[in-house]
Design a protein around this ligand. Structure first.
Ligand SMILES: [Zn+2]
Length: 332
């Protein structure tokens, strides 16, 4: 038997019924492969052939798999859009996992094929102290040195890197408090997923937008820059609200937005949610054109932008190595 992991896990059929099974499997960069032996009575083994099943492992991760062969139920999946729900409570877990699945299904094949969505059951305070108290989640492009310091929760790191192997191209983290509200879960997950799409499809535009966030806070304040002024952030907000409206309807989304405004975590967060409140499903952004316009505003800060580029380039040459600020700021 070539597979190196064995456990009793659960698979969930398209209709939502769940079955216990012995599974043997291996996960690597190419996906997950293995065999399933169902334990409880599954009357017609063949009924799930060529259906997408959800395989839920005991560590909280779930994979979309396609069972291809009887009688051994072999499976192989290169779809690595994986959800990891940390909540041990069965009722909570059983609510959050399908909620996250609905968001992934909303995006479908627009998503990159390798994304880990980690739904924590607590808040990782380091993100709140380093990024801000209003932080609800984040996404990161997984690179060799992404997890070298202790900025990220160890469990996220261990879910992504196994030995020298990086299992995913992108990792998304949602705080426990974010996941506690179904609309919050949808909006934050959809927002972060949109950033993975931006990176996968328009990496240079994604990168220059990311540079703005690297500028000194005093510049951000002097320029009165808000999240909505950064085109990739504006787009993530538009897409996230559109997804939430479709999945939850208008009223719950409005209530969630109003609750965030009323919570008044920071003045910037209030104004961010006031902006999100005005967005409609037909709101749009021109990522390239609006990025050029933003950089016209930032022309006076060329030196600081160049410094920010040098720093990020040293950390992440793959994403920032070929960025030419002249394209966006004009020649010096
Ligand atoms: Zn964002």
């Amino acid at each position: 038997m070539p597979y190196d992991k064995r456990e009793t896990a659960t698979f969930i059929a398209p209709g939502g019924q769940s079955y216990k099974a012995n599974i043997e499997y291996r996960i690597d960069k190419n996906g997950i492969s293995g065999t399933i032996t169902p334990l409880n009575l599954v009357t017609t083994l063949g009924q799930f052939m060529r259906h997408t099943l959800t395989l839920a492992l005991n560590d909280g991760t779930s994979y979309k798999i396609m069972v291809s062969l009887e009688p051994r139920w072999e499976f192989h999946s290169t779809d690595m859009r994986v959800i990891k729900v940390k909540a041990k409570d069965a009722a909570v877990n059983g609510q959050q996992r399908p909620a996250a699945e609905r968001v992934l299904n909303y995006f479908g094949d627009n998503l990159p094929s390798s994304v880990l969505c980690f739904l924590d059951d607590a808040d990782w305070s380091r993100f709140k102290t380093d990024i801000g108290p209003a932080n609800r989640g984040l996404q990161t492009v997984v690179r060799k040195n992404t997890f070298t310091d202790d900025f990220y929760p160890p469990e996220l790191k261990n879910s992504v890197s196994v030995g020298a192997n990086l299992l995913f191209d992108y990792a998304i983290y949602l705080h426990g408090s974010t996941c506690a509200n179904e609309v919050g879960l949808t909006m934050t997950l959809a927002h972060e997923l949109q950033h993975t799409i931006q990176h996968a499809n328009m990496r240079q535009v994604w990168a220059v937008n990311a540079l703005v966030n690297e500028l000194d806070r005093t510049i951000i304040q002097t320029m009165k820059l808000e999240w909505k002024d950064v085109p990739t952030e504006r787009e993530a907000r538009i897409v996230s609200k559109r997804a939430a409206l479709q999945l939850h309807g208008e009223k719950p989304v409005e209530q969630y937005i109003d609750a965030n405004i009323a919570a008044h975590i920071t003045p910037a967060d209030v104004s961010d949610w006031q902006f999100i409140r005005t967005l409609t499903p037909s709101s749009s952004v021109d990522l390239v054109g609006d990025t050029h316009l933003l950089f016209q505003r930032l022309k006076g800060h060329r030196a600081e932008l160049e410094q920010a580029l040098q720093r990020t380039r040293a950390d992440n040459p793959q994403d920032f190595g070929d960025i030419d600020l002249d394209v966006f700021l004009g020649k010096k």
